[in-house]
Design a protein around this ligand. Structure first.
Ligand SMILES: Cc1ncc(COP(=O)(O)O)c(C=O)c1O
Length: 447
């Protein structure tokens, strides 16, 4: 039966995010899931090491979130964006009063991260009256036109000409950078100088906003050097440029606070979020705007919208999900496990020749495979010449029962936030075993 369903899914539907042709792509068949685990149609069990797309933060089959969704569908399944209803009021208050930084004024609910970023672009341009938008190389902000224009990845940029006026600045990555710094502070200074130079050259008075992932996720969890985000906040303030923190992946406790940027004590002008807001029990994203931008819309009409803005089902799931985060003390749990995960990642790097770098914050980590521990010399091919990353991700799924995602030459370590220490230990036993395979590739040297 599942074989038939898999064939039909391939025949009639287009799979996204595969990096392969539809012919080559062989989807994994999902049967059911519970907690941090997933089962395929053969009854084989897997640990979800990536929370799918770093979004199922509360884990699968959470009864309270499910009940909230069921109750909402029965009570009122849909309300048009211009009407008010209870859930919208409750989640709005929860986000502005309890979750967001103090300067937050209002929230617009969207369907996901890409459209949240689309609206953030609109808000920034309308509020400032300026046109240009800055964002970083090695960033991901979504798959719609504006969000793809924000995204700083070579693949996406080559798909089509991006929107004019979208400017990219250098990622402040220490691993693999050709200048070696004595300290993180020195690196921060260097990258901030480069950024300010570029802003001046582009004409600060023309720049509406600077978008930045508070922790760049799909490009490999590159946590910024000390003081970098604070410096970006200062530069943007100096030139009247809005700072937009993309918290779609890093937010909602994944990085140890409601928003990763709050760990640095920074208040951005706009925050975009999705994924972990309701652990994806239904589609939902959002844009939080500062009090000043909210005031602007108190005095200027807001004409755009989407049929599914503030959809009651996504909102009901978010209210229940946030309540679950609180009931289960997920923030404290993530902060407690943060050093443990860091330690486990560091052990892997120490032990394995192929682990070039490891990075993490909260329960959000990456393992990067490289021929070198100093430079980004990616492992790209297996010993028999197959693309490395896809092969390795399939291998750890089939042989070690670990389901995850990755990009370039890294895999993501971001399990559901309800994971225990013992389960982390089990994951690392399996990773340790699997990485011997990559060591063999690196020992054989580049072909
Ligand atoms: C940082 C970031 N921004 C935006 C998006 C796009 O979100 P969505 O896929 O929900 O549109 C993603 C998705 O992975 C993301 O990681």
């Amino acid at each position: 039966m599942s074989k038939e369903a898999l064939e039909k899914a391939k025949k009639y539907t287009l799979f996204s995010f595969t990096g392969l042709t539809q012919k080559e792509y062989q989807p994994f068949f999902f049967e059911k899931a519970d907690g941090i685990k997933v089962w395929d149609d053969q009854g084989k069990e897997y640990i979800d090491l990536g929370s799918q797309l770093v979004n199922v933060n509360i884990g699968y089959n959470n009864k309270n979130v499910i009940k909230a969704v069921q109750d909402q569908v029965e009570k009122l399944a849909y309300v048009a964006p211009k009407h008010a209803y209870e859930g919208r009021a409750e989640l709005g208050e929860l986000i502005i009063e309890e979750v967001a930084p103090k300067n937050a004024g209002k929230v617009l609910f969207t369907l996901g991260g890409s459209d949240a970023n689309e609206f953030a672009i609109r808000f920034a341009k309308a509020y400032t009256g300026r046109d240009k938008i800055f964002s970083k190389y090695e960033s991901y902000h979504g798959g719609t036109y504006g969000a793809s224009s924000l995204t700083g990845e070579p693949d996406r940029a080559s798909l089509f000409p991006t929107i004019p006026g979208f400017i990219k600045f250098a990622a402040p990555h220490l691993y693999g950078y050709d200048i070696k710094f004595d300290s993180e502070e020195e690196a921060t200074k260097h990258f901030l100088n480069r950024l300010e130079y570029q802003i001046i050259q582009e004409g600060p008075e023309k720049i509406a906003a600077l978008f930045i992932e508070s922790v760049p996720g799909s490009n490999g969890v590159y946590v910024y050097p000390k003081g970098y985000l604070k410096g970006v906040r200062e530069i943007t303030k100096k030139y009247g440029i809005l700072l937009v923190a993309d918290e779609v992946m890093a937010g909602f406790l994944r990085s140890g606070d409601w928003f990763a940027i709050e760990r640095e004590g920074i208040e951005p002008d706009i925050i975009t979020f999705a994924k972990g807001v309701n652990s994806s029990y239904a589609p939902l994203g959002g844009v939080i705007i500062s009090k000043e931008i909210a005031d602007y819309y108190d005095n200027n009409p807001f004409t755009a919208g989407l049929t599914y803005n503030a959809h009651p089902v996504g909102i009901a799931a978010a209210i229940a999900n946030i309540k679950e985060y609180k009931r289960l003390n997920i923030k404290e749990h993530v902060l407690e496990l943060e050093p443990y995960l860091k330690g486990k990642l560091a052990e892997l790097k120490e032990k394995h020749i192929s682990v070039g770098d490891v990075r993490s914050i909260g329960l959000f980590g990456a393992i990067e495979f490289s021929y070198s521990k100093q430079t980004r010399d990616y492992v790209e091919k297996t010993l028999d010449g197959k693309p490395f990353l896809n092969t390795f991700i399939t291998k750890i799924r089939e042989e070690e029962g670990l389901l995850t995602l990755g990009g370039g030459s890294h895999i993501i370590v971001a399990p559901p936030l309800i994971i225990t220490k013992e389960e982390i230990d089990e994951i690392f036993v399996r990773l340790d075993r699997a990485i011997n395979y990559v060591d063999e590739i690196v020992k054989a040297g580049k072909k």
